[in-house]
Write a protein that binds this ligand. Structure first.
Ligand code: TMP
Length: 236
């Protein structure tokens, strides 16, 4: 597969065309942003860790029956994925109160829910990714009802799978964000990444935060947290 021109540069990844019109290459960067790009920095080694962790988890999700965009890892930072049109919804599943949920509803972090919650944000940087419900998403033609049903089903299935996988590594899965894509035939598949950038991971024993909150909140040892997650999940 030949890498061709850059199609897009996001905050954490670049996307390149290939000689196969159905496949693009994502290249993970060490750049980190928070608060819609207001805070910027670099997390050394993050790109390689997020690439390997995402692929490891997506391989397992595929085996568990959840379709993903993964084609094959090409190098430490680069992966070939199916070209999709991204459904412009950030899909957030939460098992425990934290982050914007705790802030919005005026509750402390760490409340364990009886059942997971799901919410959507409209993926639009200019608007600051505002919260949106499914009626509004359908009204704006961001997705159809059928697509939203499929997305919800996959998102909760990903949660069940990830929670168990992480618990086996001594990690509590607090919450995470997914993005889905649409193939030319309309099939919905899991896209984007699953990494410490897009999930909250707490150590089961100590509660230590092992994710991007260390960068967002200036907690220190940011690189160490990413490396620890790689060690626990990937064994290195
Ligand atoms: P939140 O509590 O800030 O809404 O974040 C919920 C989850 O979504 C958390 O695991 C981090 C992830 N997330 C992203 O992946 N990208 C984003 O832009 C934001 C705001 C959150």
């Amino acid at each position: 597969m030949k890498k061709l021109e850059q199609l897009y540069e996001g905050k954490a990844k670049k996307v390149f065309a290939t000689d196969d019109p159905a496949v693009v290459i994502v290249s993970y960067k060490d750049d980190a942003t928070a608060f819609n790009g207001e805070k910027r920095g670099t997390i050394l080694g993050k790109g390689a860790i997020n690439n390997r962790m995402t692929n490891h988890l997506m391989r397992k999700l595929e085996a568990a029956g959840i379709p993903t965009h993964l084609v094959e890892q090409l190098s430490d930072r680069e992966t070939a994925v199916k070209k999709v049109s991204i459904v412009p919804l950030e899909v957030i599943v939460r098992n425990i109160s934290a982050g914007s949920f705790a802030k919005r509803y005026g509750v402390k972090e760490g409340i364990v829910f009886d059942a997971p919650t799901i919410e959507f944000s409209y993926k639009n940087d200019e608007l600051g990714d505002p919260l949106i419900n499914s009626y509004q998403a359908v009204a704006l033609k961001l997705a159809t009802w059928d697509e939203i049903e499929t997305i919800k089903k996959y998102a909760f299935a990903v949660n069940d799978f990830l929670k168990a996988e992480l618990l086996a590594c001594g990690i509590t899965l607090v919450d995470f964000k997914l993005e889905f894509g649409k193939l030319p035939d309309g099939t919905i598949i899991l896209a984007d990444e699953i990494s410490p950038d897009t999930c909250r991971f707490w150590d089961v024993e100590t509660g230590e935060k092992l994710d991007k909150d260390r960068f967002r909140r200036d907690l220190g040892n940011v690189e160490g947290a990413y490396q620890e997650m790689a060690r626990r999940l990937l064994g290195k």
